[in-house]
Every structure is written in C-alpha cells, then in structure tokens.
Ligand binder design. Structure first.
Ligand code: UTP
Length: 413
C-alpha cells in the first residue's frame, strides 16, 4: 500500500481516493502532497473540539467582572498625564500599528478582501483600507512621525490585497513603511469528520483565526523586525471598523502607568443581549467571555449605578508591549470551532453550493492571548467615536450603520 493510502486508511479519509482517481496527473500529485503534509493528529483533536460542550467548560471557570478607566468620566488630571506619557512614546518612534485583514468576511458577503469594501461615506466614498490609511496619516502629521504599519493577510486574500494597494498607490502612504505578512490556515472538516475538496482538487482550507496573529508574527519575523526598529508598543486592530482609532495616546499612557504589558479599548454593551464578547476575569486572569458563554443572569447583572457588570465590549482595539507579543507567540492558543457554509466538490465531481452550514472551521481568537498576563488596562471609549463595525450585509453593524456613525462623527468634528 502506498504511503498516502495508508495515511487515508488510518485516518478514516478513504473517500479522498475517489478524488485521486478522478484528478489529472498534476492535480493528483498536488492532492497527494497535501494529504502527506496534513497533521492528522491535530486535525482529529480539532474535530473533537466541535463535539465538546461549551457550557461545561465555562461552568468550571470562575468568572468575575473587571475594572476599567472611562476616557470621558475619569480623573481629568490623570487622563492628561496618560495622554502626555503616550504621546512621548509615539513621538520617539516606539509605536507601531497592525491590521488584521485575513478574515473571510462571510457575513458581509463581499467576495474580495474586506478592506477593499467601498463605504459610501461623505464627502466621498472610501475603501475600508483607505479609511485606515487616513487615520494613520493624521497621527503621523500630528506627531511628526511615519508609523510602521503591518498588515496580516491570509493565503486566500494576500495577492488580491497587495494588488489592491499597488493599484491605489498605497493611498499615498510610504510603501516602505508597510509590511504584509500571511497568517496560517487549517483544513475545513465536514460534519462527519471528512476533509473537503474544491473544484481544483485541492483540500479546502480556511484562515486559522485572528488569534493566530501572534504565531504568524513570530513565523514571519515581524516581532524581530519590530524589535530591530526600536518599536516597544504595538496596536493591533481589525480591518472593518470605520471609526477605528489606531493611535490613542491615552490608552498607551494608561497601560504604561498601570505597569501592564497589554491594554484594550472597550465600549459599553448596547444591552445585555447584544452579541459581543465582554471583558472579564477568568480564573483571575484577564479574558473576554463570548456572548454565547455568558449566562443570562450574569449578562444582566448591574452595579450600584445601574451599569452592566459585564458591559465592556471587546472591540478588537488591543495594545501590546512587544515583549508581550513575544510571550504570547511562544504559547499555544486554543482553537474554537465554528459551523460554517462551505462549497465543495462531491465524489462525482459536482460542485455543491450549500445553503446551510455544513462544515467546521477552526479558529484561534486574539483575546485568548490575554490569559498569559495578570492584568490588562481597559480604557472605555465611546461607540460614536470608536466603533463603527462593518460585519453584516444589512441591519445592525452593516455598511448602513457604519456610514451613519462615520458621517455623524466627521460632521461634528
Ligand atoms: P471577524 O471575526 O469579524 O471575521 O474578524 P470576518 O472574517 O471579518 O467576518 P465573518 O465572521 O467571516 O463574517 C474580525 C477581524 O479579524 C480579522 C478580520 O479580517 C477582522 O479584521 N481576521 C479574522 C483575521 O485577520 N483572520 C482570521 O482568520 C479571522
């Protein structure tokens, strides 16, 4: 028996033999290579995750609420001190920004990289990437610097993303200050534990989640590059927030003053039911608890002022000391499974487009990196200044709501 046949038999994936029979020589060679390179031990562990009972895991943890500083209601003098401290570091060139742009943006339904989505804002439509460039340029002007900008892409969207930047001449940003790096990916698995194949006879893969950014930064020499450049503090944000402020000296100054290695910006949850993850302490370590995991009574709990005890939403505005990135990147983050729709080719060569989720995708989450520290500094911002997410094609957190938030913010500036 050939090596790949053995592998398939041992791992209960013999259905792939039919694809090997159907494929032409080149495709066959590729597919066999792919099979021989798959880490089946990891894959089997991942498949088991999909079957695990989330409630049981969370029941075994002690979940407590966590403290934060309000950017607008906090002690004015202290906030001013944080600002000065943060600005000093930024002006010294010790600050850099990172954008996570490796996601698939399935909910938005835009077939291209999400950053290339054109948002019809005033006075003229802008691409999400362009909005980010504008924000960094404003900071550069204000502080007399040129920030290093790192952009994480995925195997799926890397070429298209880089071509887009070339085509738009980097929206006037100095090209030498931008570095792209790719995150990893993992195979998708069908509900009955089988690998899927696409129309080109390749195993179906998907990006391994934004939590894999730490590993990807290490693997691609990004942490090293930052250290060589004298960068000490790094902001990591998402690609799909039209009000993202990547350079907030108060968040930086607060984190430094509280002697923490990590910090994050939050906004208050709209209601106990809003489907967002919130900051908490999990077994006395900083963490984010997903809305699906937070028991309803806890989600509704309030303090003496009537504020939600678990009300600080994680909005993907995270700050790290470069040493913190180093620490997290040497650790392994857990994978979470998501039930997703994935088109595939069946064993007769037909392309099957599905209407319902049919496959498991495995992702690490960025906030699972917080657990390696004793504390995190949280700065509560304001939704109307900090958070205009473009997640869904319509309704809440859609282009429509983001455009409104963007226009309102800039009209009142
Ligand atoms: P989301 O978790 O909202 O995912 O990403 P998404 O891919 O944009 O959208 P859906 O869930 O498929 O509809 C939050 C941020 O994390 C990035 C995204 O690009 C976005 O900036 N991300 C997500 C990655 O960089 N890699 C991933 O594997 C997943």
């Amino acid at each position: 028996m050939k090596n790949f046949e053995n592998i398939l038999k041992q791992n209960n994936q013999q259905h792939l033999l039919k694809y090997i029979e159907m494929a032409d020589n080149n495709q066959k060679e590729n597919l066999i290579k792919e099979i021989e390179n798959i880490d089946f031990e990891q894959l089997n562990e991942l498949y088991n995750i999909s079957k695990r009972d989330k409630d049981k895991i969370i029941e075994s943890c002690i979940i407590e609420h966590t403290s934060f500083v309000d950017k607008y209601k906090g002690d004015k003098q202290k906030l001013e001190e944080y600002k000065e401290k943060g600005e000093e570091i930024i002006k010294k060139g010790e600050y850099a920004v990172v954008t996570m742009a490796g996601g698939q943006g399935t909910r938005l339904g835009h077939d291209e990289p999400k950053g290339t989505f054109l948002l019809n804002v005033k006075p003229k439509p802008k691409y999400l990437f362009e909005i980010l460039v504008d924000g960094i340029k404003r900071a550069n002007e204000k502080y007399g610097i040129a920030l290093n900008w790192y952009i994480m892409t995925s195997t799926e969207n890397n070429d298209k993303t880089q071509e887009f930047f070339e085509e738009h001449e980097y929206f006037g940003y100095p090209k030498e200050k931008i570095k792209f790096f790719k995150q990893g990916n993992l195979p998708l698995i069908s509900e009955d534990g089988k690998l899927l194949v696409d129309e080109k006879f390749n195993i179906k893969y998907a990006a391994d989640g934004n939590g894999c950014i730490y590993k990807a930064m290490r693997k691609n020499g990004i942490i090293e590059d930052m250290k060589e450049k004298g960068i000490k503090w790094v902001f990591i944000g998402s690609v799909d927030n039209a009000l993202l402020n990547m350079v907030d000296p108060i968040l930086l100054g607060l984190t430094v003053s509280q002697n923490n290695m990590i910090g994050s910006k939050s906004v208050v949850k709209r209601s106990p039911e809003e489907p967002v993850g919130v900051f908490c302490k999990k077994n006395n370590k900083p963490a984010v608890i997903e809305y699906t995991e937070l028991p309803t009574e806890m989600a509704k709990e309030t303090d003496e002022d009537g504020e939600l005890l678990f009300g600080e939403s994680h909005i993907m505005c995270n700050l790290y000391n470069v040493e913190a990135l180093d620490i997290i990147s040497k650790n392994t983050l857990p994978y979470h499974s998501a039930h997703k729709k994935a088109a595939y080719m069946d064993e007769n060569g037909n392309i099957i487009k599905v209407k319902k989720p049919n496959a498991y995708k495995y992702e690490a989450f960025i906030f699972d990196g917080f657990i390696f520290f004793d504390n995190i500094s949280i700065l509560r911002g304001r939704r109307e200044e900090d958070f205009a997410p473009v997640k869904n094609a319509e309704g809440e957190d859609s282009p429509e709501t983001a455009i409104k938030l963007y226009n309102d913010y800039w009209e009142n500036k």
